[in-house]
Design a protein around this ligand. Sequence first.
Ligand SMILES: [Zn+2]
Length: 582
Amino acid sequence: MRAFCAPKETEHDVADTLPQLTLYNTLSRSKEPFEPIDKDNVRMYVCGPTVYDYAHIGNARPVIVFDVLFRLLRHIYGEDKVTYVRNITDVDDKINKRALETHGDAIAAGTMSLNEAIREVTEKTAAQYQSDMKALGCLEPTHQPRATEFVLPREDGKSDMVSMIQTLLDKGHAYIAKGAQGREVLFRVNSMEDYGKLSNRKLEDQQAGARIAVESHKENVGDFVLWKESNANEPGWDGVFDGETIHGRPGWHIECSAMSDAYLGETFDIHGGGLDLIFPHHENEIAQSRCCHGTDKMANVWMHNGFLEVEGEKMSKSLGNFVTVRDEMRGTSQSERRNMVRPPRSGSVMRISMLDTHYRQPINWTTERLNQIEDDLEDWVKMLKRIRPKGFQFNDPQNQIPSNELLNALMDDLNTPLAMSVIRRNQKEARKNEKAFKEFFGNIAFLGLINFDRLDGYLKDVSFDGMVGIKYRDEFANAWALKIGHLNDDHKLIDSIEKQWKADGIALNLTKSLEVTLRKKSADGDFDEIGDLVAKRQKFIEDKNWAEADRIRDELLEQGIQLKDGKDPETGERITTWEVKR
Ligand SMILES: [Zn+2]
């Protein structure tokens, strides 16, 4: 996407026509102009999910924030000039435990490897994660490596955790010690002069008040685990360190050092994650990578997004306000979640809600705010449908280019609240002329705010082929959930609602073209498409069997569906439409 903006006569190099991108760097605690190490390969790493539980909305925040940055970098440097890596953490004690419980016998018998067992127990959560992030409008990163694949030395020679740990041992930055739980390879924090720079913590502060006695095998209380021996009941990999085989598993931090090196090299441009990762995770990633490679920096820019609160409170399982992305998309009912009855949301509503706050500020995630965005979004979509110029293709990449004004906002350390206010003003002006419309659409599309393949899904008054029986009007919330679920690819939700309607003699039919139709249970117990009933009636009319034709019409009327006969204005053919009797 090199050409951009209105004047098309010359192909500018985008980077030359834009203001300077500045990003806030946690390392320097200031906003700095961003200059990539290599303009032809701009490299970014973001810490990804542990695929043990479903992602909560707090986990979704960095994914959305860095997706915006990914889009911006691609726009500046070119789509194929940015490498974005987001890892999948599938090395985790809880995951290991579950893998052993489920596939312990097969692992012991040698018919299944630990990695295969882990892949199986994390398959569902990993797939849900991908589907959730897609629904949130996020592009797929260039690479999504799994930690399990980078524990042991690899055939392709890419960096791995065991080899990195051995290098740290060789260079005197690590040592093997026996603790209460078995042998450990520990990182020697004293061996690094400026350890603690990212989090601004001094080693001496960390030592004060520490319970040294508990961990007497450590030289320094700040020393952290690189490798931990597994006991007989715990799964592990055979890591060889200083010639000793230690059956065990890696510490949490080393995976990101190995995988970032594997795909981005020893030093790269941007490393991102949530504020809560600064210490110890990112601090220790830096220590491992720099000491292993003998470099001054692991990444030039360290970016961290702020916290998220739900209805003004910190999100926690014990408070009962813990909301997963999946919960938000399905909605939570009284019976499921006593404290948290929430209507279903499209991924777009969640994305806009995130971007309305600057990424470094805390977000207060409220139902009120989400409702408001849902209403706004419906207005946007109605407008897009109504005033779309003839021949304007939503899918055409040339129509998905941001305006300079939007870019100016984003170039200033991703000022998305300002960008969103630009879009809200664009919407007010979109009616004026084609140029204004294009600017509105281009900005929405660039930020990935709507799924423009399925615009009808955003309309609340969409009545499934023009009809929702009066009797079923109360079910409208469910129908809406279905529509939303459909936007989010949540087929489980669709199934559960279909079941409920079926029990009541009404079934929903989801066609391949993603349209929803109602079906009514007939006397013989089959489900008839209302469309089929109309066709049947049409046939009776053609045969002049008025009695049967009227019977069908009256039966549908009882269901609150009124048929209207008329002529197709284009073909002149006789057609029957239906609407809800109010
Ligand atoms: Zn990480």
